[in-house]
Ligand binder design. Structure first.
Ligand code: BEZ
Length: 284
């Protein structure tokens, strides 16, 4: 990322405060149920996800009157932006908390499992920002559901974490849990495909790729990396009893300091995000 782009990213997240921990007072000796979202904390601290994803709306180019599905709509900030283009938009998300927050923005949002989408031939486009990488159990079922949801010729415009996304963080979490005798693979909720892999899956689901890009997006954080972990890496934390989690967070943060504490453009912590963006159309 060049200096100008970096400055834009920093500007977009300026003023954000540290992420909050969603309390979990039980740990799991088996794989965790997964990520839980606290809508209020996300609204205060996770705003950069929508801010940095907003340029994906240019790829979507929503037209007034179109019917659009926002898959993994979160708290509905980008969904509402699409609706403001004059579109008829449905937001779908697995989190009831976030769906409730989206409804407060007057978004028509529903609790839906992205791996079992219930729609049939009704959307001109499906949009998804920073959500597909949480749907790890069955990525092909996600794509089959998107294909079913679209009208023939409809488009699928999305961004997700690509191969190598947050690799330093992921590696440090796996290493810290391994030191405690825990295989982090069972608690790892993220699916970050390569462009070739995702393209093949899209084509197998009946899509034709119009555009696909993979690029590093080093992302300055508003707080420290422990705050990021509290918001986005809860599945890993659930491997431990509550009383041991702060120690894990500090250990992981110190392990990451040499790689991620870069002091770029005033931010202390810069996370190694990699984005995979694409536009694909459903073959008629
Ligand atoms: C992402 O948007 O790439 C992402 C966010 C949180 C955790 C993992 C990945």
């Amino acid at each position: 990322m060049n200096a100008e782009a970096q400055t834009v990213v920093v500007d977009q997240i300026a003023g954000l405060i540290q992420h909050d921990l969603v309390p979990q007072d039980q740990h799991h000796a088996r794989p965790a149920a997964g990520q839980l979202w606290d809508a209020a904390a996300y609204a205060r601290n996770g705003r950069f996800v929508a801010d940095l994803g907003a340029t994906l709306l240019d790829w979507l180019a929503p037209q007034a009157g179109e019917r659009i599905l926002d898959l993994g709509c979160g708290d509905g900030v980008l969904t509402r932006r699409i609706a403001e283009s004059g579109c008829d938009v449905i937001g779908a998300d697995a989190s009831a908390e976030l769906v409730a927050a989206a409804r407060e923005l007057s978004v028509d949002a529903r609790v839906v499992d992205g791996q079992a989408l219930p729609f049939a031939r009704e959307f001109d486009a499906v949009f998804s920002n920073a959500a597909l990488h949480w749907m790890k159990r069955d990525p092909d079922a996600v794509l089959a559901g998107v294909a079913r949801a679209l009208k023939p010729g409809g488009r699928f415009v999305a961004e997700l974490g690509g191969a190598g996304n947050v690799a330093a963080i992921r590696g440090a979490l796996h290493a810290a849990l391994a030191r405690r005798g825990i295989d982090a693979a069972a608690f790892d909720p993220w699916y970050f495909p390569s462009a070739a892999d995702y393209r093949a899956r899209l084509e197998a689901a009946g899509f034709k790729m119009l555009r696909i890009e993979m690029y590093p997006r080093p992302t300055p954080l508003p707080g420290d990396v422990a705050a990021w972990l509290r918001t986005f890496a809860q599945s890993f934390l659930q491997a431990l009893p509550l009383a041991q989690r702060d120690e894990l967070l500090l250990e992981v943060q110190e392990a990451l300091r040499p790689q991620l504490a870069s002091r770029i453009a005033g931010a202390v912590w810069v996370v190694d995000y990699v984005r995979l963006r694409f536009v694909a159309v459903l073959e008629p």
